[in-house]
Unconditional design. Structure first.
Length: 100
C-alpha cells in the first residue's frame, strides 16, 4: 500500500485486513513545532484591547486523536477544554506558543 498525502501534509493509508478497513494517518509536525518556537519568541503576551493571544497550534492528526480521547467534536467547548489541559502537559509543550 502507498501513502496518500493531502493538502495539509497529512499522510493517509487504507488497508483492508481480515474484513476490516484500517486507516493510518501520519503527519510530519517538525515545521509546525519550529513555527511555534518562532512565534513564542516574537508574539506579545496580549494583543489589542480584547487581550487575545494565540496559545498554540495542534497538528490535525493530534487533534483527531484528542477528539477521540475526550469524545467531543473538534471545535466544541468540551474539545477546547480538553486541548487546554493537554497543552498544559509538558509532553505537548512543543505545541504551545504562549501560556494557556
Amino acid at each position: 500500500m502507498t501513502w496518500k498525502v493531502n493538502e495539509y501534509g497529512v499522510m493517509e493509508r487504507m488497508i483492508e485486513q481480515d474484513g476490516k478497513l484500517i486507516v493510518n494517518r501520519q503527519q510530519d509536525v517538525e515545521a509546525l513545532i519550529e513555527q511555534n518556537k518562532i512565534e513564542a519568541e516574537i508574539a506579545p503576551s496580549m494583543v489589542g484591547q480584547a487581550a487575545v493571544r494565540k496559545v498554540g497550534e495542534i497538528p490535525f492528526v493530534v487533534a483527531e486523536e484528542w477528539s477521540r480521547e475526550c469524545g467531543a467534536g473538534i471545535g466544541t467547548k468540551e474539545f477546547a477544554l480538553y486541548c487546554k489541559k493537554k497543552l498544559m502537559d509538558g509532553d505537548f509543550a512543543a505545541f504551545r506558543i504562549k501560556g494557556v
